[in-house]
Design a protein around this ligand. Structure first.
Ligand SMILES: Cc1ncc(C[n+]2csc(CCOP(=O)(O)OP(=O)(O)O)c2C)c(N)n1
Length: 698
């Protein structure tokens, strides 16, 4: 046992501002052995020497990016020491080298990643170095956007609570990142649910060059988070091992015992520039840098260990020498490891597993009662909740008797319980961010609702930079399959903010599937597949189709799962091909009938059903037969998904075309409210008929 005495016994300060460092009562430190303390010191030294070594490799042109943790080692190591690596979960930020080492990374693994070699645990050279990820140690592969990690950590903690496990989730950032809205969303959700999250905010007083006075109202993150009921708060000198460890141990113990999340604001110093791309002399004076060097946590830790008679000067020198040798060797051996294989580039954008294969699929005849599309959604969800006990549904208004503003989830809370079908706060990034955190646990399947496509944008960062990229950036180590159901589309007099089409945006994101049913039977079969998919799915539900007579169908049975990437020929024809989806399938069919009556031309109508993956085969087979193509979609023309389809056809079937490819789409404007304006903006049957007439004449 160490000879350390208990630290000061003040409780967490109750003041709102918290500029005073606080320490907590406790004797956690006294329970550490000399070996543990020595190893903790070694961990800090390893992180420091790795920073130095990698900067040398950078100068040699072998490493392209470095972002260091020098000055943060003690705060990070002490927190990791209070946790259980491999049992607990961690979302460390880019400065968390010491944390990651203490949580289970080896020096050798850090070197593999610094030198973007194959075999590193995070990404095999796909992600930048210092974006930690280690499946075995439960470090979730990290990204670069500041702040996205918070909500994900909350989702992972929510999963722990649902599973009845006493796991704790660590998430960290600098103080600058707490200006991101997602930080506050995450603290709110974690405090509301009493989830076991440790938010370690490492306050080095700068966000790149931006000083804290330009960053926040007040002087501390501690003060900033004063209003969240149920949140434990600490402010601590993160360069002081004793204080830091007591605080970390207290917060972790609270989290583990159901006493809720904690924000720990740890004061640190940034001894290096922000990153290798920065020069801090441009915005910090020599005196200021010197002041920070005086606070360097490693010499202070050495002083403590010497006072405690655990290590002496010659030990410190020996340890540094030994670690330096190991680091040098690790660098040499990493350089001998293979570089990533360029043939693997697209290997893990999507899951290699196809859940419902196209081969051998035949369309059955549906014998159920006729249902409208929104009820088909509701029934699919009910069946899938029964099929998969780890599926959960949440979003705004989805719970209880309301069952969503369109009633898609009506009755599901009553049937499956509040633990499985529940309301989220009114925050779209929260919905998707926490779904990420739940899904990475491996067994939960979040099926979340975004009330209107027009309001999906707060979640766009989570979808684009997190959900879609996780598998790719971690080289298939981590994945977050989820379904994001989203109500889209116009023709309902919903005006500018309840009518948007979003498919043009989301089809542009590698890593997500985009599904868009046009009728009730397809909606059921596609949604059930989405719920079993290994990939994230954006499931577009057209509001105008929810209760539309022409979109209703006899209900398919519970075994009906439609493969993704399989379009449906809704009307066979020989002269012109219409490629369409969603609301415009029916209008295209009506237009095709009209043109046949009028001109005798026979028009084939293809309903894509899934935009990503795209059924190129069905498209090209039809185009090669008819030689004339009209693409019809509700989204705006410019950069709509139709442009992509036209490009594919031009590339792959140019010789078979007898006319220029035509598109009917919405005008390039927002969707206006007044019905006359809305009709003029959105594509109508008459527009399709007109385009077909021109193609007939061509
Ligand atoms: C969303 C987002 N905006 C901007 C950046 C660029 N950026 C990277 S780190 C950083 C500063 C973060 O400062 P802070 O949170 O205080 O952490 P520190 O780097 O000081 O440890 C910025 C602006 C980013 N990565 N992500």
């Amino acid at each position: 046992m160490s000879t350390i005495k208990n630290v000061k016994t003040e409780t967490t300060p109750k003041g709102s501002n918290g500029s005073r460092p606080a320490v907590v009562a406790g004797n956690a430190l006294a329970s550490l052995t000399n070996d543990q303390l020595t190893n903790t010191y070694k961990n800090c030294v390893a992180a420091r020497l790795l920073d130095n070594k990698i900067l040398v490799l950078l100068k040699q042109g072998k490493v392209f990016f470095h972002i260091g943790g020098s000055g943060h080692e003690v705060a990070q190591t002490a927190t990791a020491l209070a946790m259980k690596p491999g049992y607990d979960w961690a979302y460390p930020y880019y400065r968390d080298l010491a944390f990651s080492l203490q949580f289970g990374y080896t020096i050798e693994e850090i070197m593999l990643e610094a030198l973007h070699r194959k075999g590193g645990p995070s990404s095999n050279g796909f992600a930048m170095p210092f974006h930690y990820g280690h499946k075995k140690q439960r470090i979730i592969a990290q990204s670069s956007p500041t702040g996205t990690q918070f909500l994900e950590a909350v989702g992972t903690a929510m999963g722990a609570v649902k599973d009845g496990k006493d796991e704790v989730v660590y998430v960290s950032s600098g103080e600058g990142t707490t200006s991101q809205g997602e930080f506050h969303e995450a603290v709110n959700w974690a405090a509301r649910g009493k989830f076991p999250v440790i938010f370690l905010i490492q306050n080095n007083k700068f966000a790149i060059s931006v000083p804290i006075k330009d960053q926040m109202a007040g002087e501390s993150v501690y003060g900033l988070v004063a209003g969240y009921k149920g949140l434990n708060r600490y402010r601590v000198d993160g360069c002081d091992f004793k204080e830091m460890y007591e605080v970390a141990a207290d917060a972790v113990s609270k989290a583990r015992n159901g006493q809720g999340p904690s924000v720990i604001e740890a004061d640190t110093v940034r001894l290096l520039a922000h990153s290798s791309s920065d020069d801090q002399k441009k915005y910090r004076s020599n005196e200021e840098l010197e002041e920070d060097r005086k606070k360097d946590p490693i010499p202070r830790f050495e002083k403590l260990l010497a006072e405690m008679k655990i290590l002496k000067d010659s030990d410190f020198e020996r340890i540094k020498k030994e670690i330096q040798e190991r680091i040098d060797k690790a660098a040499e051996s990493a350089e001998e490891q293979p570089l990533p294989d360029v043939n693997d580039l697209e290997k893990y954008v999507y899951s290699p597993r196809v859940v419902v294969p196209k081969d051998g699929f035949t369309e059955p005849e549906h014998k159920g009662n006729k249902i409208v599309l929104v009820d088909a959604i509701n029934h699919a969800l009910a069946e899938e909740l029964a099929f998969n006990p780890k599926m959960v549904i949440y979003g705004e208004d989805v719970a209880g008797n309301k069952g969503g503003v369109f009633t898609a989830t009506k009755g599901l809370t009553a049937k499956f319980g509040e633990d499985r079908v529940f309301n989220s706060p009114l925050a779209e990034a929260s919905i998707v961010g926490t779904a990420f955190g739940l899904a990475i646990r491996g067994d939960f399947k979040p099926v979340v609702e975004i009330q209107f496509g027009d309001y999906i944008w707060p979640a766009f960062m989570q979808i684009r930079d997190e959900v879609a990229m996780l598998r790719f950036r971690s080289y298939n180590e981590w994945a977050c399959p989820m379904v994001i159901r989203v109500a889209v589309g116009g023709y309902i007099h919903g005006g500018l903010y309840h009518s948007q089409s979003i498919d043009g945006f989301f089809t542009h994101i590698p890593g997500v599937h985009v599904v868009f049913p046009s009728n009730a039977a397809d909606a059921k079969g596609l949604l059930k597949t989405a719920c079993r998919e290994d990939n994230p799915v954006i499931f577009c539900e057209h509001k105008g189709l929810y209760r539309q007579g022409f979109a209703s169908s006899p209900e398919p049975d519970a075994d009906y799962l439609i493969p993704f990437g399989l379009a449906k020929v809704k009307r066979a024809g020989d002269d012109i091909t219409i490629i369409t989806w969603g609301m415009l399938v029916q209008r295209s069919l009506d237009a095709a009938n009209k043109i046949q009556e009028k001109t005798g031309a026979s028009v084939e109508v293809i309903d894509l059903r899934t935009l990503i993956p795209l059924d190129k085969e069905t498209i090209l087979n039809s185009v090669r037969k008819t030689g004339k193509v009209l693409i019809v979609h509700e989204d705006t023309l410019t950069s709509g998904f139709g442009a992509e389809i036209a490009a594919i056809i031009a590339n792959e079937a140019f010789e078979r075309l007898d006319a220029p490819i035509q598109r009917v789409a919405a005008k390039d404007s927002p969707v206006p409210y007044g019905p006359e304006l809305e009709n003029a903006m959105l594509p109508q049957e008459a527009d399709i008929v007109k385009a077909l007439e021109e193609l007939v004449k061509y």
